[in-house]
Design a binder for this molecule. Structure first.
Ligand code: FES
Length: 129
């Protein structure tokens, strides 16, 4: 069983048969999911994709932009891409395409590429359509 002694605001990703996948932010730093993540989370607050929205019926602007730009991919990479985008925009509210691609570079996807997620982030920065 997974025991996590952390200040958990919400759960993200998948907990499937003893594995856990989530993103952890320590001191506003995005930390990639890994087998070590539960240990790294000990005593730290977690920001997850579910925790972004103000309420269960209202999407965060990043979630809405991913939806509208068709940037939603699978359940493994999409939460990480959205959280990576959140971390980027918190630090740099007006990123260019190269900065967006760099921010997403730690999220590995060999299925579809990064075109639509990058568009979703740049679209949000530009205020939508
Ligand atoms: Fe999610 Fe490729 S679509 S990992």
């Amino acid at each position: 069983p997974l025991t996590l002694d952390a200040d958990v605001h919400s759960a993200n990703g998948a907990i499937t048969e003893g594995t856990v996948s989530f993103q952890l932010r320590q001191n506003a730093q995005l930390i990639g999911s890994s087998i070590d993540a539960p240990v790294q989370a000990n005593g730290h607050a977690l920001m997850t994709v579910e925790g972004l929205a103000k309420s269960p019926t209202e999407l965060h602007p990043l979630q809405q932009s991913f939806h509208e730009a068709h940037g939603l991919q699978c359940g493994y990479c999409t939460p990480a891409m959205i959280l990576a985008a959140k971390a980027l925009l918190d630090e740099n509210p007006h990123p260019n395409e190269a900065e967006v691609r760099e921010a997403l570079s730690g999220v590995l996807c060999r299925c579809t590429g990064y075109v639509k997620p990058v568009e979703a982030i740049l679209r949000l920065e530009q205020g939508g359509e």
